[in-house]
Design a binder for this molecule. Structure first.
Ligand code: BG6
Length: 464
């Protein structure tokens, strides 16, 4: 393959609640993720001391990060996406003063990355918010939460202004339509009006964070983060094409607001026709004009859309309830593998926004087998990543402007949807199972050496 541009950042991505553990250490508060110990759709479990969750320790990144960062450096990472746990900084979310011990932890982590010349790419909120804000205020359903988030964002921008030059606002901001508790801290069975109102508050908060970042760290760049679930029409029937366009609008809407600065007409029509009346003030409309500098997104799979009701009934097996594409294989979790879809998505986003793109999640969740000699031969992961990176290279040739690529979970972590450690994404294996057994020892998989070679060759060693 032709080499990737010199400026292209190579690395991986993590989220605090899926790696750190130490869930009550150094003053950390309880987050929405802490009360979802069995995954994003399982019932909430309030934490009552003796209660157990795989996330309490996760992979113990909170204590082991120097070793992990050294391993990332050994692979040649030039960037690491990670998130700050809001509850380490403001344990309940509504305090006046931040928690020093929480701030100090991320100072140590960013210093460790700097030692290895790895750029942090920091998500302000990755699928978690202080649980107290949910219980006492009603999550993002409350306008008051905007100010709490703004205070948190300003605190970390001021604190890390010299250390972090890439920021992201809300992880997969469009997840709220599928998982309201995870996305906006309101009950999963909330009405459409309540969900969109909470989303509106979050979009205003995202724009306020963009504004604050530009003011406090003028040389930083801040992006949004979308779940890039591209959908194809199942047939060429015009009804299917139209339905697909509308299905894609449900996620594009978030990017349109964050990147173009206002609600698109198709969304206003949808609200009108659904009888959804939102509280959107003139001041909100002004704030929304603060648009992101770049677009970041996750990409794991694509899916299809049809007007055929029978097929739709069967399509409940994956995160977005997409209809299966008969031309694509699927992972063990039913996520359909579609490398060319990544090129299509990159072109779609570039055409739509004309802003640089950053892939901040992509990878294969799979069960790994440790051989008797300790090796882990994860050729399936290498194949998946190789094929997706080849399509990234193609998109660059198509003229798409790219900032970089961070594969998801470069070290095994607790998966979000089902809170499993056995669904592994990493180049680095962590000895821990779903019941919490294991030494937490790290070891290099075959893909570790593969990714190291790909980064060292700037992608030239990818197999077309
Ligand atoms: C994305 C999330 O939706 O998908 C990550 O941003 C998550 O937090 C990833 O881990 C993969 O999903 P899962 O359920 O396999 O962890």
């Amino acid at each position: 393959m032709k080499a990737f541009p010199d400026t292209f950042l190579w690395g991986g991505g993590l989220a605090a609640n899926q790696v750190e553990g130490a869930y009550q250490e150094d003053g950390k508060g309880i987050s929405t993720s802490d009360v979802q110990p069995d995954g994003m759709w399982a019932p909430i479990r309030e934490r009552t001391g003796a209660d157990w969750s795989i996330k309490d320790v996760a992979i113990d990144f909170y204590h082991r990060y120097p070793e992990d960062v050294a391993l990332f450096a050994e692979m040649g990472f030039t960037c690491l996406r990670l998130s700050i746990a809001w509850t380490r900084i403001y344990p309940n979310g509504d305090e006046e003063k931040p928690n020093d011990a929480g701030l100090a932890f991320y100072d140590r982590l960013f210093d460790e990355l700097a030692k290895h010349n790895i750029q942090p790419v920091v998500t302000l909120s990755h699928y978690e918010m202080p649980w107290t804000l949910v219980k006492n205020y009603g999550g993002w359903g409350s306008r008051q939460v905007i100010a709490f988030f703004e205070r948190y964002a300003k605190t970390v921008f001021n604190r890390y202004r010299e250390k972090v030059k890439f920021w992201l606002t809300f992880n997969e901001v469009n997840i709220s339509l599928h998982a309201p508790l995870t996305g906006v801290g309101i009950p999963d069975d909330s009405s459409k009006s309540d969900i969109y109102q909470a989303i509106h508050h979050q979009l205003v908060a995202s724009a306020l964070a963009v504004k604050a970042c530009h003011e406090i760290i003028p040389d930083a760049r801040i992006g949004n983060m979308l779940l890039g679930g591209i959908m194809y029409p199942l047939t060429c029937k015009p009804e299917d094409i139209l339905e697909t366009m509308q299905a894609n609008h449900t996620w594009q809407f978030f990017g349109d607001v964050q990147s173009r600065g206002s609600y698109p007409g198709y969304m206003l029509r949808y609200f009108r026709e659904q009888g959804i009346v939102l509280d959107i003030t003139d001041a909100d409309k002004e704030v929304l004009k603060e648009t992101v500098d770049f677009i970041s997104f996750s990409y794991y799979m694509s899916g299809c859309v049809t007007t055929d009701e029978e097929q739709n009934k069967r399509a409940r097996s994956n995160i977005l309830s997409m209809v299966h594409n008969p031309y694509l294989p699927a992972s063990d979790w039913g996520w359909q593998i579609d490398p060319k879809g990544l090129r299509i998505l990159l072109n779609t986003l570039w055409d739509r926004y004309q802003k640089p793109l950053f892939i901040v999640e992509n990878g294969l969740g799979a069960k790994d087998k440790v051989e008797s000699d300790g090796t882990i031969n994860d050729d399936y992961r290498i194949r998946y990543l190789n094929d997706h990176l080849v399509q990234v290279r193609e998109a660059i040739d198509d003229g798409v402007e790219m900032l970089g690529y961070a594969s998801w979970g470069p070290i095994d972590l607790v998966s979000f949807s089902n809170a499993e450690l056995s669904k592994r994404y990493g180049f680095i294996y962590v000895d821990r199972d779903d019941q919490g057994n294991g030494t937490l020892k790290r070891s290099r998989k075959k893909s570790f050496y593969w990714y190291r070679d790909i980064i060292a060759s700037k992608g030239e060693r990818l197999e077309p």
